[in-house]
Write a protein that binds this ligand. Structure first.
Ligand code: SAM
Length: 279
């Protein structure tokens, strides 16, 4: 079923703000599928980032135990209040989610939760990185992102879409594209197609790994991704060729390999060997 958001919003004198990435979803079946794929039920708490006019929030409130929403645009207050008038299992915070303290978000959610969102595209990567690196109770993310970004999230080593963000995801879980979504499904339509991605997050995976050390090696691996890793390594860690070769031999990776071919596990191994060398 198609939701006529434009008409509903015009009754509030609302105009879309491009700078906030306001492309609202209008296909109720698609929204329902997103919530189903996220595995939301009454035992689950959900964090939604960017509630917009509440199309997704409403379905989440119906299915979830509790919904915590963030919305930067206070003009949407009356719109959301009306859309959610029949529910009492939610709280909306009108604030830039990136300026919020992660501990505060997680305290409000009170335990494990799933992030479900049609994300504002200008900060998709920042949000995903923040939750991968700083959240301790998120168990999954089912998010709408630009299709090109979705491909990067779920890419395999050695492919052109594989990058630092893919490694960051694989350090804590894995991503899969669930569904492609054509641009016409949004009001107003963005210039690109989108996709729904599911990222499963395993809280215990690599919990004891030094994340800063891994991040540093990953940066070295993808800085000049077309170059052999050994050259980037020598430059960034100020190593002579002999030492750099020994690091790679110890890590069990070919001396001629490029950083874009390494799995998350290989980056962890490299970071452990490199902990004695300063970047
Ligand atoms: N959930 C709605 C839907 O699916 O139709 C709206 C999604 S729209 C793509 C993204 C929403 O995120 C907008 O309502 C926008 O105002 C909000 N937003 C943008 N930047 C934000 C931020 N930094 N923190 C919280 N919300 C933000």
């Amino acid at each position: 079923m198609e939701i006529n958001e434009k008409k509903r919003l015009s009754e509030y004198g609302f105009s879309f703000k491009k700078a906030y990435g306001q492309n609202f979803l209008t296909d109720e079946n698609l929204l329902t599928r997103i919530v189903e794929k996220a595995g939301v039920d009454k035992n689950v708490s959900v964090l939604e980032i960017g509630c917009g006019a509440g199309a997704l929030t409403k379905i989440l409130c119906k299915k979830a135990g509790f919904v915590l929403g963030y919305e930067i645009d206070t003009r949407l207050k009356p719109v959301l209040k009306d859309a959610l008038s029949s529910f009492d299992n939610y709280e909306i915070v009108y604030k830039d989610v990136l300026k919020e303290d992660m501990k505060k978000i997680e305290k409000e959610l009170g335990g494990d939760y799933i992030l479900v969102a049609n994300l504002p595209y200008y900060i998709t990567t920042d949000i995903v990185m923040a939750f991968l690196e700083n959240a301790s109770m998120v168990t999954g993310m089912v998010i709408m992102v630009q299709e090109e970004v979705a491909k990067r999230f779920s890419a395999k080593p050695s492919s052109s879409d594989y990058g630092a963000i893919t490694v960051a995801i694989n350090l804590r879980g894995e991503a899969e594209i669930i569904e492609r979504v054509p641009r016409e499904k949004f009001t107003p339509s963005p210039n690109v197609d989108s996709a729904v991605v599911k990222i499963t997050v395993d809280k215990n995976k690599n919990a004891d790994v030094d994340k800063t050390a891994v991040r540093n090696v990953v940066r070295t691996g993808f800085n000049n991704r077309r170059k052999m890793f050994i050259n980037n390594l020598m430059k960034d860690y100020k190593l002579d060729r002999n030492t750099a070769e020994n690091v790679l031999i110890k890590a069990g990776v070919p001396l001629t390999a490029r950083g874009e071919t390494f799995s998350a596990e290989q980056y962890i191994t490299l970071s452990e060997i490199l902990k004695d060398y300063e970047k």
